[in-house]
Design a protein around this ligand. Structure first.
Ligand SMILES: [Zn+2]
Length: 662
């Protein structure tokens, strides 16, 4: 199969009279849709009565679409189990933390660990894989849909039993667990695994170890379900398998995608939050290294349900999003959804066609995406995204720690995106990488908001430093053990010796009117902070005002050919952004980071390469237009005109392709 860039939509032909398929195909061809995703909510269509499974409808639709060159991503329908599986079976349903048992309807109402559900899910998955796995036009699989989007950990009895087994596998003996969790506190001591509660409603907060471990348990169980489904499909089909996830569902994406073939994500960020859109591209590109990611769902105009809606995209923004994702490593840009839903709870959601079969407000924008896709396709297919030199570690395990310990309602994802924006807006090409990712090829590594620095992460990062990398650690990094307890040997554990510091105190800076200084820039400090005493490190950032005046909050220490930098607090406000920018630029220069431009804020440069030839895709995301300086002469990738070195301009939501030779 020849490689191509996909432009797709989620399609629900099972909800419409069959005659409408012809009309849909006509509009799909007009809009440039070359792939659809189907089947993820169609369990009751496929298996109306338990045991009588009929795939002929979808087989027929897939064939008809394929006759027109429209390919299919087929899904397993497990997010919406049918009534015969749920009726009169409260023990199969998802139970939330308050003990409420979910009823039928909506979606994700069943416990994915329930053995009866798993048996029925395996049967329907196998039948779909058998009937559809080798059909022409089926190019990929999506498992389920948005795992743990609407629900988090389940508290049913099935999960209770599995939880006890999981703990026993993890800790071995109850004494090891008691010691690791410090259960003498508040008389929590357990005599055996079967006594350990699920962290349901309690008079006050649960032990941090219990709360965090229950999340990690839940992460692993949903990933096991994905593994099981993928294995069934692989018996019958060679098409690659993915799942559509995000960074706010209750999953560990690194673990979830471990046994899947490519990464895909859903995003409904508004234009005002384009940094979040780019954050996703920079993360999912690196989740399956060397594999293109898919934007599996995004709205052609706005996201909405019966109870909410986002701001509609300005005209032109959709094209900027599409070009940015293709340039940053995307193979597909797909809408949710093709035809507006007539029923259910998402009728107001943006779509390409309305429920009454007419183009929506997004339709012309979708056509613009198609023009752009065609224009850049051969360039994208003949190049690869350049590996960044600046990496930021992203961790869903860290996210679980913050959920257990949010201080003042801290949200991991928001903290990370804000931190990422500092690097983005300073013109660095950047990779967001997972905790277990290789550090090969990077020059500057940021590890913010990682409460537990695992021994394996620390060893990898130490090697990175010794071989010449600059590693910036913090804020809020290193203060917790893997069991979500506090270190006994040092405030930030093993990290301190390597960093050449000792943590004197940790406390929240908010409300203390603390001011920190780094390279002549002063800014207010915030968040739970670590105050350092240098051992053999140098103090480069010190506290000028507040209750720790004169002490250090930024230190640096040479190790091998590189350097380790401790950032103990988060500078905030306009001055804080300035201080962080100074810090990023200072250490990027020391680390000799070269994939850096002077691109103006709101515009991005996505560098790609082929055999040493560099290609820039410049995209304006904020609608204000922008500028960037070319350091050498280039050639316009669309017109073929030479572009002399120097500054160039880019219009609102426009893109430019620039080739540099030699
Ligand atoms: Zn359960």
């Amino acid at each position: 199969m020849a490689k191509k860039l996909y432009h797709g939509a989620a399609y629900y032909p099972e909800l419409w009279p069959e005659a409408i398929i012809e009309e849909d195909i006509k509009f799909m061809l007009e809009a440039g849709i070359n792939v659809v995703r189907m089947g993820e909510f169609a369990w009751s269509t496929l298996e109306k009565e338990e045991g009588s499974i009929d795939l002929s409808f979808f087989v027929n639709v897939i064939k008809r679409l394929n006759e027109h060159g429209i390919e299919t991503v087929m899904c397993t329908p497990t997010p919406t189990p049918p009534i015969w599986l749920t009726h009169d079976h409260p023990e199969r349903m998802h139970v939330n933390q308050e003990g409420h048992v979910m009823v039928h309807g909506s979606r994700q109402h069943i416990c994915t660990n329930n053995p009866v559900f798993r048996e029925k899910a395996a049967i329907i998955t196998e039948e779909i894989a058998k009937a559809i796995g080798n059909l022409q036009g089926v190019i990929a699989w999506q498992l389920d849909n948005e795992f743990k989007c609407h629900v988090n950990e389940c508290f049913c009895d099935t999960c209770k039993t599995l939880w006890h087994q999981w703990l026993e596998e993890r800790y071995g003996t109850i004494d090891v667990l008691n010691e690791a969790w410090g259960t003498d506190i508040w008389s929590q001591y357990y005599q055996r695994f079967g006594q350990i509660p699920q962290p349901k409603a309690a008079p006050f907060l649960h032990n941090s170890s219990l709360t965090t471990m229950y999340q990690i348990f839940s992460y692993e169980k949903i990933a096991e379900f994905a593994d099981e489904q993928a294995e069934i499909i692989r018996h019958y089909s060679n098409a690659p398998i993915t799942h559509n996830s995000t960074t706010f569902f209750h999953v560990d994406n690194e673990r979830l995608f471990e046994n899947l073939d490519f990464a895909s994500f859903d995003t409904y960020a508004e234009k005002s939050n384009f940094a979040s859109y780019l954050f996703n591209c920079d993360l999912w590109r690196n989740l399956k290294v060397g594999k293109d990611f898919w934007v599996m769902e995004t709205s052609p105009s706005h996201a909405a349900s019966l109870a909410s809606h986002s701001a509609s995209h300005p005209n032109g923004y959709l094209k900027a999003e599409a070009v940015a994702s293709y340039a940053l490593g995307g193979e597909a840009f797909c809408y949710w959804l093709w035809r507006q839903q007539r029923t259910g709870c998402e009728q107001p959601h943006g779509s390409v066609l309305s429920a009454w079969g007419k183009p929506t407000v997004g339709f012309e924008n979708v056509k613009e995406v198609e023009v752009a896709r065609k224009e850049i396709e051969s360039m994208i297919l003949s190049t690869r995204p350049l590996q960044a030199e600046v990496a930021i570690t992203y961790s869903d395990i860290a996210r679980a720690f913050f959920k257990t310990e949010p201080h003042r309602e801290l949200v991991y994802r928001d903290l990370m995106i804000k931190f990422y924006e500092n690097i983005l807006s300073n013109g660095y090409h950047r990779d967001l990488i997972t905790e277990n990712a290789s550090l090969q090829g990077y020059k500057l590594l940021f590890t913010p908001f990682l409460p537990n620095v695992s021994t394996t992460y620390l060893e990898r990062a130490k090697r990175f430093v010794e071989e010449g990398g600059v590693w910036v650690i913090g804020p809020l990094t290193g203060g917790r053990t893997e069991h979500h307890t506090i270190h006994r040997d040092a405030g930030l554990g093993e990290l301190e010796e390597f960093a050449g510091i000792e943590t004197l105190f940790t406390y929240p800076m908010d409300g203390t009117e603390s001011v920190g200084e780094f390279l002549g820039i002063e800014a207010p400090l915030s968040l739970w902070s670590a105050i350092f005493e240098p051992k053999d490190a140098n103090v480069v950032g010190s506290i000028k005002e507040g209750i720790s005046t004169g002490k250090a909050f930024i230190t640096e220490q040479r190790r091998g050919k590189g350097k380790i930098v401790m950032l103990g607090s988060l500078p905030v406000g306009e001055e804080g952004d300035k201080l962080l920018s100074t810090l990023i630029n200072h250490y990027a220069e020391e680390a000799n980071v070269r994939s850096h431009t002077d691109v103006s804020q709101g515009t991005i440069v996505a560098p790609r390469e082929k055999n040493g030839e560099l290609v820039w895709v410049v995209v304006n995301m904020d609608g204000n237009g922008g500028t960037v300086t070319l350091q050498m002469n280039g050639v316009d990738g669309i017109t073929g005109e030479p572009i002399p070195k120097g500054p160039i301009e880019i219009g609102a939501f426009q893109y430019r392709i620039i080739h540099f030779r030699g």
